[in-house]
Design a protein around this ligand. Structure first.
Ligand code: ATP
Length: 139
């Protein structure tokens, strides 16, 4: 059983941050380290994987999946947070990621590889133009 955390990072109230590993576009996420709060993990993983500093706005719920590593079946839970980009540059992304890009919501929904992460994005889409006040950070 593994626990990870990650984010739906929004910029200018319209752009969504996705990272590609081989052919799979996904939300930035990674394992919770010892002594770390899941919120801290989400911020750290977003920064490490994508080069973007972001702040948490609110929790978006969790997903669960099974995967195989070295012939073992592993159960994973990932907690996602709605986050807002503050600073940073996607050029500084982790070499573990083949590509990092900002997408408009509808294109992100088309690209994203995993159904469970798509469901999280759909939830955000419904709220993008709602009561949240987004910052104006740009670059
Ligand atoms: P590890 O835990 O071995 O370091 P990792 O850090 O890449 O792997 P994941 O991103 O969870 O962890 O990837 C593990 C496996 O799960 C990969 O085969 C990946 O394709 C798959 N995977 C990643 N995200 C999802 C998801 N949302 N739903 C289902 N499978 C996923």
């Amino acid at each position: 059983m593994e626990i990870s955390a990650g984010g739906v990072v929004v910029k200018d109230a319209v752009h969504i941050l996705l990272a590609r590993r081989e052919e799979h576009w996904q939300l930035p996420k990674g394992l919770v380290e010892e002594g770390e709060k899941i919120e801290e993990t989400a911020i750290r993983e977003v920064k490490e994987e994508t080069g973007i500093n972001a702040r948490i706005i609110k929790p978006l719920g969790k997903i669960n999946y099974w995967y195989y590593r070295e012939g073992k079946r592993i159960y994973k839970t990932v907690y996602f947070f709605l986050m807002e980009a503050i600073s940073g540059d996607i050029k500084e992304h982790d070499s573990e990621m083949d590509e990092v890009r900002w997408f408009e919501m509808d294109e992100a929904l088309e690209k994203i590889a995993y159904r469970n992460e798509k469901d999280i994005l759909e939830k955000v889409k419904k709220e993008l133009r709602s009561d949240l006040i987004w910052g104006n950070w740009s670059s």
